[in-house]
Design a protein around this ligand. Structure first.
Ligand code: SAH
Length: 361
């Protein structure tokens, strides 16, 4: 533990300067107390509301394939898991999901999937183009892993606006503990640079409590995120999946996840910061806690109900049996109870130059 006075001083410095030394981050993370977490969450809420008011953006998540060529040790849909019933959505099914989402008020669609080689660069470009044409007023986000710069460029030209690619950990040895040798932190980072340079609103992030994670590796994550300056940062707890090598490991906590969200909000005041389904899975009030720690995005599921229980990255995932409309209704109620509201519109990143607005100062 560190003294509250020292902790508050570090949090205030982070708010003022939007960065800390790596050692300071580690000290704050390692030494955090409930009192400091409370203080951090309050500051994070204030900053979030200066930029985004009490608006929470919704993103319609379409899990379009659970085939994956990778074998990440933590992930339930890894190639080696032979007990997954694999599926792919057709272009028509994906467009149907968008239609339903659009009618419910979604203006961002997130196409997420395992790295499925059946969805080639051209095939994806065709799907992205079709969504772009049918929904010119919507944002298209991809969360589809590592690809070449040329392919990322092709998808951007086809109409994609945003890309989510968590770096998972910025520590090379820790990265190796989580991934087989066919994947490298170096390539992950290169992909993130490419995405940013190509003009995607880019999201990165990491799991909290993944096996081998320490205050020092988390401090490295903060330093990496600071250097990347992404528009979005996804952090959620690691949750063991029973059919992975890490089945018996401990999962991450809501407490540390929300603490990290608070730090990220102070470091990147205008970032889009989801309160994740994983956080809602380990704690019945998890998503609310994430919003109260500075989050401003939720990502309800738009996947067809019959495939939901096949896209399980971790155990006990919530909302796998609910229709999208029910999920949205439930989330709206939950957010209202904590003084927030679901915002209509694309919910694009607001650059620091454009904000804070006069009205929200
Ligand atoms: N294949 C794509 C997108 C799907 S995975 C990609 O690699 O980017 C989306 C995110 O889910 C991953 O980045 C990872 O951080 C998270 N995830 C995977 N397995 C998890 C687990 N067991 N617990 C919590 N989050 C997990």
């Amino acid at each position: 533990m560190i003294s509250d006075i020292m902790g508050v001083a570090l949090i205030d410095k982070l708010e003022r300067e939007c960065v800390l030394e790596q050692g300071e981050f580690a000290k704050l993370i390692r030494g955090r107390t409930p009192k400091l977490s409370d203080y951090l969450a309050k500051r994070a809420r204030t900053i979030r509301s200066q930029y985004y008011g009490n608006d929470v953006y919704i993103r319609g998540l379409i899990e379009f394939t659970n085939y994956c060529k990778n074998d990440c040790y933590y992930c339930g849909i890894r190639r080696s898991n032979k007990n997954v019933e694999r599926y792919r959505l057709s272009k028509e099914q994906i467009l149907d999901c968008c239609r339903m989402g659009y009618d419910l008020g979604f203006r961002t669609f997130v196409l997420q999937g395992g790295e499925d080689p059946a969805f080639t660069g051209e095939k994806m470009a065709d799907i992205i183009g079709a969504i772009r044409q049918s929904y010119p007023d919507c944002a298209i986000t991809l969360s589809f892993g590592e690809h070449s710069r040329e392919i990322y460029a092709l998808w951007k030209d086809a109409g994609a606006d945003r890309y989510l690619l968590r770096h998972e950990t910025a520590d090379a040895a820790h990265y190796r503990k989580l991934h087989p040798v066919s994947l490298s932190l170096e390539n992950r980072m290169k992909c993130l640079m490419d995405l940013k340079e190509l003009g995607y609103q880019t999201g990165t992030g990491f799991m909290v409590g993944s096996p081998g994670q320490t205050a020092e590796t988390l401090a490295k994550d903060m330093a990496f995120i600071h250097s990347l300056q992404p528009q979005m940062v996804g952090v959620g707890p690691f949750i063991p999946h029973h059919e992975t090598p890490y089945a018996k490991e401990q999962g991450g906590t809501a407490e540390l996840t929300t603490f990290m969200m608070g730090l990220i909000r102070l470091m990147l005041p205008n970032a889009l910061l989801p309160s994740t389904t994983a956080l809602g899975t380990i704690d019945p009030m998890g998503r609310e806690k994430g919003i109260l720690a500075g989050g401003n995005v939720v990502m309800p599921n738009l996947s067809p109900v019959d495939v939901r229980s096949k896209y399980l990255l971790y155990d006990n995932k919530i909302c796998t049996g609910d229709e999208a409309a029910e999920c949205l209704h439930c989330l709206k109620n939950r957010l209202e109870k904590i003084g927030c509201q679901v915002a209509v519109g694309r919910g694009d990143y607001r650059s620091a130059a454009a904000q804070p607005s006069e009205s929200s100062k």
